[in-house]
Design a protein around this ligand. Structure first.
Ligand code: SAM
Length: 267
């Protein structure tokens, strides 16, 4: 699964639906993550792996300028559409790889990367780049998903994805789901005052058919899997997954997911 999610094309394939289906829920984590940061009106901020602008759009109200980078051209297109729709003039989107940031050193008062670095094949390089472009003493805010045992949503997804008999779609935990690994990486790059906080948000499932349709559209591993199956194979697996969901959930069921919110400072 991680190999797939380290490719821009996998995110291109879900960009529009990620924006439509996931952005609002993901914003809850951005809000929680930024609570401890006293945002200043004159700040220049960088959002790495910005997606459709979940965090950038929120930040733009409080700071002077947000530079937003993502390696998926489609995510950047969706962000540009969102900026236009909301008449925002202080977000500057750019297609770029987070492992090679197109900025000079010591440029930013804050760097944020929500659920981005966990997908980088060279995570330490991504962290070094963030360190390089931060001003001395400036904060960084990062996040990743905790282990599925802390998340009823991840457990439900895992069980439903298992009907697709596919390692790509179902295999293993996300990287950076253990706090010791996160802390060790930040220490290695030289960040100080590293803090890792557990944050949990939940949502009501609603109609199960709609819940499942949204998962299929917004999930890069499932979109990839669908492309590699015949319609008959896909239909059979999908029926079994839906049957499972309908026997375990109802419209008022509440599912939740737990993230690690990481804050640290450059020396
Ligand atoms: C789960 S989404 C998170 C988007 C957004 N930060 C949010 O909180 O909703 C992960 C994003 O990371 C981006 N991404 C993954 N690897 C990347 C890399 N090496 N460089 C830049 N962006 C990357 C993907 O294109 C995708 O938009």
């Amino acid at each position: 699964m991680m190999e797939l999610l380290s490719q821009a094309s996998a995110w291109d394939a879900v960009a529009i639906d990620y924006d439509r289906v996931n952005r609002q829920f993901m914003l809850e984590f951005s809000r929680s993550a930024l609570k401890s940061i006293s945002l200043q009106a004159n700040w220049r901020v960088l959002d790495v792996a910005c997606g459709p602008g979940t965090t950038s759009l929120y930040l733009s109200e409080f700071v002077d300028q947000v530079d937003a980078v993502d390696f998926s051209p489609k995510m950047i297109q969706v962000l540009k559409r969102n900026i236009k729709a909301e008449h925002i003039d202080n977000i500057f989107p750019m297609e770029a790889n987070g492992q090679d940031l197109p900025f000079d050193e010591s440029r930013f008062d804050l760097v944020v990367s929500m659920f981005g670095l966990m997908f980088f094949p060279e995570r330490l390089q991504g962290l070094r780049e963030i360190y390089r472009v931060l001003k001395p003493g400036a904060p960084v805010v990062l996040s990743s998903w905790a282990l599925a045992e802390k998340s009823s949503f991840m457990q439900t997804l895992g069980a439903a994805f298992a009907f697709f008999h596919d390692e790509e779609a179902t295999g293993g935990a996300f990287p950076w789901s253990e706090t010791a690994d996160i802390k060790s990486d930040l220490d290695q790059v030289g960040f100080n005052s590293v803090q890792i906080e557990e944050v949990y948000h939940e949502f009501e499932v609603g109609p199960i058919d709609r819940f499942w349709a949204n998962i299929v559209k917004g999930s890069a591993p499932l979109v990839d899997r669908k492309q590699r199956m015949t319609p008959e194979e896909w239909g059979g697996c999908e029926n079994r997954a839906l049957e499972y969901l309908k026997s375990h959930l109802h419209e008022e069921s509440v599912l939740g997911t737990t993230a690690w919110i990481i804050t640290a400072h450059r020396d």
